[in-house]
Write a protein that binds this ligand. Structure first.
Ligand SMILES: *Cc1c(COP(=O)(O)O)cnc(C)c1O
Length: 387
């Protein structure tokens, strides 16, 4: 389909998806298949071997590229495999500037895998463009950022950050997992590469792990294809199918995620047991103005600080009945977690407090249930645990 002609609600359903030529089947078939017939050596119909390319994966890659407004898309076995592929572009001695609050797995692959291959990383406060600028060195080849960040929903000025990267002849890559292409399109704002964990909102049903890289740069796309084939961290056809099934409803799901999160953020802000709410849609959020400029809405993730101890906050997250106590995010069901003893437990307490991750901080991935049931559930959990 001609992408420029249609809006994202239409592209999410139709891009990369044509009825099967042979049977007319509407849905993309799951091509459970490792190898493909050749008519003569080297003479094939576009596919030879499924690590290199698989038709179900291709349909997903076209669909995701269209959603992100990108020329090219490549899918990987997980969000981490996507991130690994971007790092594969670098060489020993190269330097990377990144955020001091990047996703834990990203921090781990940077420091525990690639520092051993002589890449160097600087972790800075990405909300401060001057701090980004100062961190650049002659050997800086990549600026890696997330926005909104986890778990405090800090907002990074994508256009400003990309300009700095390009002034230094470095690539700007953005992990757009939290916002999704429905809410934010970093390529339009100057980024060179967008990375997604498909495990979250794009899959949307907490039933699949996957990743993707999108770009408008043909050379980068070719390199990503080389690493898909050479490293082999590609998704199978079942996973590709599940994500395709998810992206069809991305716009309607995101509308509800945003609406529910916004209502819960406002309710929390007025609640006497809550000290502080982090949601970019609130005017009290320091990144609100930039978020309004670069996002279409404010997403389904938020966090808040209770006027309570670590133990009391643990009791709250254990007392919810609709919210499930679990890590991860982006599914239709609401999840709740406490970063201090869970997702961010590896960070020493002093360092954690300095970064604003207090003992009583609670993060929620707001699902698409009825908002009154979600607010009622938080209310009963507060009452059960705090009084
Ligand atoms: C989950 C996540 C990842 C990693 O993705 P996986 O699919 O779990 O490998 C990377 N970045 C962000 C922001 C995430 O939330």
């Amino acid at each position: 389909m001609d992408d420029d002609q249609f809006r994202i609600e239409t592209r999410s359903i139709h891009a990369g998806q044509e009825p099967d030529e042979e049977t007319g089947a509407l849905m993309t078939p799951i091509h459970a298949n490792s190898t493909f017939e050749q008519d003569a050596p080297g003479d094939h119909r576009g596919y030879e071997y499924s690590r290199t390319g698989n038709p179900t994966r291709t349909d997903l890659e076209e669909n995701l590229a269209s959603l992100e407004g990108a020329e090219y898309g490549r899918c990987f076995a997980s969000g981490m495999a996507s991130i690994n592929t971007v790092l594969n572009l670098l060489e020993a001695g190269d330097h990377v500037v990144t955020g001091n609050d990047v996703y834990g797995g990203t921090h781990r692959i940077f420091t525990q895998v690639y520092e051993d291959y002589d890449l160097e990383f600087s972790f800075v406060d990405m909300t401060d463009l001057e701090a980004i600028e100062e961190a650049f060195r002659p050997e800086t080849e990549l600026l890696w950022l997330e926005t909104p960040t986890n778990p405090l929903m800090s907002i990074v000025d994508i256009e400003g950050a990309a300009t700095i990267a390009h002034d230094h002849d470095a690539l700007c890559a953005i992990d757009n997992t939290f916002a999704t292409p429905y809410l934010q399109n970093p390529l339009e704002l100057g980024a060179d590469i967008v990375s997604h964990s498909l495990t979250k909102y794009l899959g949307g049903h907490s039933d699949v792990v996957g990743g993707a890289l999108l770009t408008n740069d043909e050379d980068l796309d070719e390199e990503f294809g080389f690493y898909q084939n050479s490293v082999g961290a590609t998704p199978g056809p079942f996973e590709s199918f599940l994500v395709l099934r998810g992206t069809k409803t991305l716009p309607v799901r995101m509308d509800r995620h945003c609406k529910n999160a916004s209502a819960i953020a406002s309710w929390l802000e007025d609640h006497p047991d809550v000290d502080r709410v982090y949601y970019p849609g609130l005017e009290s959020h320091p990144g609100h103005e930039i978020a309004r400029k670069q996002m279409n809405d404010f997403g389904g993730m938020l966090s808040f600080e209770l006027d309570a101890s670590l133990e009391e906050a643990s009791e709250v997250v254990s007392a919810t009945e609709v919210f499930t106590l679990a890590e991860s995010l982006g599914g239709v069901e609401s999840l709740i977690e406490q970063p201090a003893p869970m997702t961010h437990a590896a960070i020493p307490r002093e360092e954690r407090l300095e970064a604003g991750l207090t003992d009583s901080l609670i993060r929620v991935s707001v699902g698409i249930e009825h908002v009154d049931d979600l607010i009622g559930d938080l209310e009963q959990a507060f009452e059960a645990a705090l009084n």
